[in-house]
Design a protein around this ligand. Sequence first.
Ligand code: BDR
Ligand code: CA
Length: 313
Amino acid sequence: MQKVILDTDPGVDDALALYYLIRHPDIDLLGVNTVFGNAPVAVTTRNARFLLEAWSHPAPVHPGAAGPLTPDMPAKSFPTHIHGQNGLGDHPVASPPRDEDDTAARFLIDRIRAHPGEVRVLAVGRMTNLARAVRLAPEIAELVRDVVLMGGAFRVPGNITPAAEANIWGDPLAADIVFGAPWQVTAVPLDLTTQTFMTRAMLARLAAEGGPGMQLVADLSQGYVSFYAASGYDGMLVHDCTAAVYLTDPDLFSLAEGEVRVIPDGIARGLTLMNPVDRQGPLDAWADRPRQFATCGGQPEAILSRIAQVCTA
Ligand code: BDR
Ligand code: CA
């Protein structure tokens, strides 16, 4: 069994990723950390609890960062046009959000120390909790098995600006810290996740075959599907679940390798720049950084089939 901590901002595509993890027989989900992003952290925390309760999973939820480490960020706004006013596509959620202590970074540190070499962190929101954890306890970089994150746009345009993908744009300093720490990072970027498009028909089939748990995913995804429909697409991108599949089926992904920097501010804020392995020269800003990976290619149809298989089993 793989020990996994999910760091997330549910978030409609986050919900599918969480469902995939709890349905997968090889995943031992140690806990769910939350972060601001698709909604305020009190809302993403409430949503994580709502989902785990609906799916009868006992993983603890630890609230994390309410805002970025990056200074001088533009005023916070939340993508309600994509994830709804409540972060779950306006699917009814009875319990109200509430303010709670931020325990996510401490939970990461404790669990990584408790299981040296075993814990995989899957981060599908802003990288703020992870960056704070590795700043507080730098030794966890040697103790974690690896970090897999949904984020970045290496050879394609971003989805917030032409430069930047949302999870990186929302806290570029945190992302730069995460790519620069001496642990193994694999980013699953827009390069691939803009190809893992689940059609409306496929979502309906999964709901019909997958029982009430998958029906809930389909119900709360309807607003997200409408968002894509407004641009002429009949379905939805499954960004975060694509990163979850990387944990279980890495053979379906192809890797680019190199040192990564994140542009912290200006018009290219959040741009992810990889120094290819074969480049020689005075790359000061990339020097002394660890080589990391990005799944810039892969097999989208096989990834979607895997999601279907796990979520309907
Ligand atoms: C990422 O941004 C969020 O809106 C999604 O949940 C996903 O993690 C895609 O850019
Ligand atoms: Ca997310």
